[in-house]
Design a protein around this ligand. Structure first.
Ligand SMILES: Nc1ncnc2c1ncn2[C@@H]1O[C@H](COP(=O)(O)OP(=O)(O)OP(=O)(O)O)[C@@H](O)[C@H]1O
Ligand SMILES: [Mg+2]
Length: 419
């Protein structure tokens, strides 16, 4: 049926263009001859393994020295590797693990580094983790049905039969502990008592710096880890890392030194997360390509930074508990009365008491609200510092850390979810 369009001129025109058959080849041709930005976009994905690891030599040396005695089949210390997101913990630990495996093969020593990411494939349950380990030794284990104890027994048997030194790299180990409890680590290390010659050591990786303190005393003393801390990269280091990655990812001249420096500066302000820096370059490159331009402008970079920040902030706010949302809303509402200037935790708490009432939430103590603010600081939603002893004891001075353009949106998301 023809639409009853009052504007007949428009109708005829659109009918004409609809009747004309478009040639997809012309679209393909246009795409192929348009200015290309990316030589290898994959190089900007965080899963891409770079040939070079820059600015992490100290950490590589430290970790390598700790694991080296395993090549003489001597017991090594367990290790905990800490640092903020995107500081190269997984990259460096896997790199050392891979080199240890090849050194062991060369020297014909039975050392076996095994890397498991506890966030993936339900590796956060004890059953799944141990059955995956059994899988490494080709022991077939059903998805469920056996007792965990019998899995441990099979593991001990095969480790002893093959006379292996298992160096278990547990990445994002906090996910395992949150889900399965820290007793798994204890059980794994206790296997050493049942093993005749074989051995097990653990290298845990986490971005929770308080992980060791949160472990049960019994687990902490059996793990007794050496701790390695990955400091956030500064702007110059981020620049060097991005330079190598962008050489691989972009065609010559698609990205200028100025844009790279600016990207590094943006990311350095927030704990130097290389993953964010790579995302930034990817989104800016995509915008540039869509606009048909041949090189990334500072404007595309700014808009990429804003859209990424918006996505990250939104995601983070959505995943917060109701209480944290209420605290953040209190911070925003106090900040508004001060034209987004500094606010103090005492004022935030007063606003929180009213809002928690309004939304029917249980009232938390000042101390607890301060802890929630500290978590937001850790996640870069606010910047805070302990200032003085005020009405409620220690007072924090804080600023909202995300940009003003996102505040309205954040406020609406929170109100929607609390109502
Ligand atoms: N020194 C470096 N040189 C080259 N690339 C790096 C370096 N550090 C990190 N990267 C790259 O940055 C990205 C993030 O690194 P990685 O995954 O190791 O971070 P992480 O510290 O494990 O973060 P998370 O805590 O979120 O797991 C990866 O793509 C990695 O290749
Ligand atoms: Mg990691």
């Amino acid at each position: 049926m023809e639409p009853n369009n009052q504007n007949s001129d428009f109708y005829v025109k659109s009918k004409e263009s609809q009747n004309k058959t478009l040639d997809p080849k012309s679209i393909f041709e246009e795409f192929l001859t348009s200015k290309r930005i990316f030589k290898n976009k994959e190089a900007l994905s965080s899963a891409f393994v770079p040939d070079e690891i820059t600015h992490r030599n100290n950490e590589i040396v430290m970790l390598s020295k700790i694991v080296a005695p395993s090549l003489l089949f001597e017991r090594i210390s367990n290790v905990l590797v800490y640092g903020f997101s995107g500081t190269g913990k997984s990259l460096v630990t896997k790199y050392v693990g891979k080199n240890l495996a090849s050194a062991a093969e060369e020297k014909k020593v039975n050392v076996l580094p095994v890397y498991i990411n506890c966030r993936l494939e339900n590796n956060n349950t004890e059953y799944r983790l141990i059955s995956n380990l059994c899988g490494v030794f080709n022991i077939n284990v059903p998805e469920s049905g056996l007792s965990v104890n019998s899995l441990y027994k099979r593991l001990v048997k095969i480790l002893d039969a093959e006379n292996k030194y298992l160096i278990l790299i547990l990445d994002e180990i906090e996910k395992l502990i949150q889900h399965a409890g820290d007793g798994v680590l204890y059980s794994l290390l206790r296997l050493n008592e049942s093993l005749k010659h074989a051995k097990i050591s653990i290298i845990g990786i986490s971005n929770n710096i308080d992980l060791k303190a949160s472990l049960d005393q019994r687990v902490r003393s059996s793990l007794n880890p050496v701790e390695i801390i990955f400091k956030p990269y500064n702007a110059d280091e981020i620049y060097d890392i991005l330079k190598v990655r962008s050489n691989e990812a972009f065609y010559d001249n698609a990205i200028s030194d100025g844009v790279l420096r600016k990207s590094a500066a943006i990311v350095a302000q927030e704990h130097g997360d290389i993953r964010k820096a790579l995302d930034l370059l990817k989104v800016a490159g995509e915008t540039t390509q869509q606009l048909g331009l041949s090189s990334i402008t500072e404007e595309s970079l700014d808009s990429a930074a804003e859209s990424l920040e918006q996505n990250i902030t939104e995601g983070m706010i959505k995943s917060m508990t109701k209480q944290s949302k209420c605290v953040l809303l209190s911070i925003i509402s106090v900040a508004r009365t001060k034209r987004m200037g500094k606010v103090y935790s005492g004022e935030v708490y007063d606003a929180y008491l009213k809002l928690s009432d309004k939304f029917g939430l249980k009232k938390l103590t000042f101390r607890r609200v301060s802890d929630l603010i500290a978590d937001m600081d850790y996640n870069s939603l606010v910047m805070s510092r302990i200032k003085s002893h005020g009405r409620y004891g220690r007072t924090r001075e804080l600023n909202i850390a995300f940009s003003v353009s996102i505040i309205n949106k954040a406020e609406n998301i929170i109100k929607d979810e609390l109502n």
